[in-house]
Design a protein around this ligand. Structure first.
Ligand SMILES: C[S@@+](CC[C@H](N)C(=O)[O-])C[C@H]1O[C@@H](n2cnc3c(N)ncnc32)[C@H](O)[C@@H]1O
Length: 199
């Protein structure tokens, strides 16, 4: 999908994302993962700031998203949860930071939407400090045959409506990027992955 169109697709979903922060499963997963963040944090594709309630005190967050509408909500959430956040409106696929800038890089439910997820993983690898941690909550293709068949069948429609691919093999992408996986947890018939990784 053309980038400006994709941005509009996400702009339209911003209010829904702000409301979704109450989903009990998502709350549990986000807390479980994001509570490990420390130091200088980069959060990719922050959306409406659904992770902000779960950051431990003292972190300094650089939050990016290409949707101005999402970012406006993220700024409001940061203020509400007293998170020190620098919100940057930009396409992560076009952005750059100096090498080894961040202690923690967080991405939740965003690898489904990038044009080139492997390129973003390469950037993460470069931007992470040598002893940094990479915390991911991502959805992708299930290892269950019936579920993956349904995901493949519905993917074109879901991408058009939500800007989100449902058939990406998240673990395969991470392995291909050369990042080292420390721990993975699987949920919802293996469609959701919580991943603790490092350089
Ligand atoms: C499915 S939402 C997830 C939002 C948030 N991370 C969360 O966990 O609720 C995907 C987000 O990625 C953003 N996004 C998608 N592609 C992007 C890109 N190339 N650069 C920056 N943001 C992007 C969208 O605007 C949207 O806010």
């Amino acid at each position: 999908m053309e980038k400006q169109k994709l941005i509009r697709v996400f702009d339209k979903q911003a209010t829904q994302y702000e409301k979704k922060t109450g989903d009990p499963n998502q709350k549990r997963w986000r807390q479980h993962l994001v509570s490990h963040a420390k130091g200088e944090v980069l959060e990719l594709a922050v959306g409406a700031g659904a992770n902000f309630p779960y950051y431990p005190p003292g972190v300094k967050v650089t939050a990016t998203d290409f949707s101005k509408v999402m970012l406006k909500k993220a700024k409001r959430a940061a203020k509400y949860h007293r998170i020190e956040a620098n919100c940057i409106c930009s396409d992560i696929e076009e952005m750059d930071f100096p090498d080894h800038s961040f202690d923690t890089i967080v991405s939740t439910l965003s690898f489904c939407s990038y044009d080139n997820p492997l390129m973003v993983l390469d950037k993460i690898k470069r931007w992470s400090k040598p002893d940094g941690q990479i915390l991911l909550l991502e959805h992708g293709i299930s290892s269950n045959f019936a579920v993956s068949a349904a995901q493949k069948a519905l993917n074109p429609l879901l991408y058009r409506v939500y800007g989100c691919h449902h058939t990406r093999n998240i673990l395969e992408l991470i392995r291909e990027s050369g990042l080292e996986i420390n721990k993975v947890e699987f949920y919802w018939l293996n469609t959701v992955h919580l991943i603790w990784a490092k350089n």
